[in-house]
Design a protein around this ligand. Structure first.
Ligand SMILES: NC(=O)c1ccc[n+]([C@@H]2O[C@H](COP(=O)([O-])OP(=O)(O)OC[C@H]3O[C@@H](n4cnc5c(N)ncnc54)[C@H](O)[C@@H]3O)[C@@H](O)[C@H]2O)c1
Ligand SMILES: O=C(O)[C@H](O)COP(=O)(O)O
Length: 387
């Protein structure tokens, strides 16, 4: 029986996906975590924890290096909430171009006998612009950014995308109408609207800072529905105060940007639709079961992709450092125990490598083989999976 611990609101559809080999509880000794935005940086990871699945996209709440050192695979549920964010972004683009929040706020407080006269007089304050023909820069065109870029293009906007790490899968999703910029500054240069859809990491923290604002034209509106900190709030406020920027729309509030008419903040609701939460929970449950029961890896944050058909009664998986002679040491331990290897595959991603070994026969005396593999200094975790 595998133990799954959850954090945050995981919808029932995800729990329903687990077979009766899984128990969902709040144990301190979980095999798997199914989480959303909980901050795991402050927490110890149990030694038994083999997999963390973040139901959603952003994994900056997970201590990846510590997870790796603990032999814990980390996954997200790619694309599960991308459409939800796209629809919110379309709403925000329209809200920004038509001054919707200010107009609605005015109307909500406009009352009295001469309401109609006053409305007709005051409504010019809320005159907007159309999105048609305006330029949108999309920074990061992965699952969310590509949908936003395509939707904006369908609204008649000129769209410029910047993504130096664009995967070939993502490239397939992007309309041929989207212009690809070679540098961030080129993408920003002509944009009336700028939207950010990159993960938060060392490289992207503050990437929309003084230099980026200097590259933007006057009157720009900035959207950050990716993560707080990717846009430098101090520089954002400078740009608003000087009139260089017209507005800032973000899903990530913080004290310094509160109580301003030109800053619209939503409470991290980008992925908060029933559909997205169901996608994430179901995809998350399936990812946990697949990894625990087959050891196959697809789209992990800290492990290389590696999948092999599981056609033997036993499979040994080893997560280890990507250094010379690891496969040799693993094979030697098996050879010394007289265990015949049916299939063996290995792949690496940065400093981490992963090996899958399929075995037809194991004897009772082979029980300590996993202990021997785990005793290799550069092994993070070895596991035996029985079919
Ligand atoms: N507001 C919300 O509720 C919400 C919902 C979903 C995602 N997000 C955030 O949005 C981010 C993107 O989500 P996604 O599903 O599109 O992820 P994704 O991994 O599919 O796409 C991210 C893209 O950013 C690109 N990228 C990485 N570094 C870059 C850089 N320095 N410059 C330009 N491009 C860069 C990558 O190549 C990739 O194409 C997530 O990491 C998460 O933080 C927020
Ligand atoms: O990165 C994500 O997937 C979004 O920010 C959604 O986060 P949530 O699952 O905590 O709503």
């Amino acid at each position: 029986m595998y133990q799954v611990k959850t954090y945050n609101a995981i919808v029932q559809a995800g729990f329903d996906r687990f077979t009766d080999q899984y128990q969902i509880n709040q144990t301190d000794d979980a095999d798997a975590y199914l989480i959303r935005s909980v901050n795991l940086h402050e927490q110890e990871l149990p030694q038994n924890l083999k997999v963390i699945v973040r139901a959603g996209a952003g994994f900056n709440n997970v201590p990846i290096d510590r997870a790796t050192a603990n032999g814990t695979a980390v996954f997200t549920t790619p694309g599960s909430n991308a459409n939800a964010v796209k629809e919110l972004m379309v709403a925000m683009l329209i809200a920004a171009s038509r001054n919707l929040f200010a107009a609605a706020d005015y109307a909500a407080h406009n009352s009295g006998a001469d309401i109609s006269k006053r409305t007709e007089h005051d409504k010019t304050k809320f005159n907007g612009q159309e999105l048609l023909g305006k330029t949108l820069a999309v920074i990061g065109v992965g699952h969310v950014g590509s949908l936003v870029a395509n939707a904006a293009s369908q609204l008649g906007m000129k769209v410029v995308a910047y993504d130096p790490y664009l995967s070939s899968d993502a490239a397939w999703r992007i309309s041929t109408d989207i212009h690809r910029a070679k540098t961030l500054a080129t993408a920003l240069k002509k944009a009336d609207y700028v939207t950010i859809h990159v993960p938060k990491n060392e490289e992207t923290t503050g990437m929309i800072g003084a230099k980026a604002f200097a590259a933007m034209k006057d009157g720009v509106t900035v959207f950050n529905f990716a993560r707080g900190g990717i846009v430098n709030n101090t520089e954002m406020l400078k740009a608003l105060d000087s009139g260089h920027a017209k507005g800032y729309y973000t899903d990530f509030g913080s004290d310094e940007i509160l109580n301003r008419k030109d800053v619209i903040i939503t409470p991290h609701i980008g992925g908060s639709t029933g559909e997205a939460e169901t996608n994430g929970a179901v995809q998350g449950a399936e990812t946990i079961m697949d990894y625990l029961e087959t050891g196959n890896v697809q789209n992990s944050v800290n492990l290389p992709n590696l999948q092999a058909p599981f056609g033997t009664p036993y499979r040994i998986t080893v997560m280890h450092q990507n250094i010379p002679n690891m496969v040799g040491q693993i094979a030697t331990i098996l050879a010394n125990a007289n265990i015949n290897i049916e299939n063996m595959s290995n792949a690496a991603k940065d400093k981490v490598a992963y090996t899958i070994i399929d075995v037809k026969h194991l004897q009772k005396q082979d029980a300590n083989i996993i202990d021997q593999l785990n005793a290799i200094q550069a092994v993070y975790r070895a596991r035996l999976i029985k079919k």
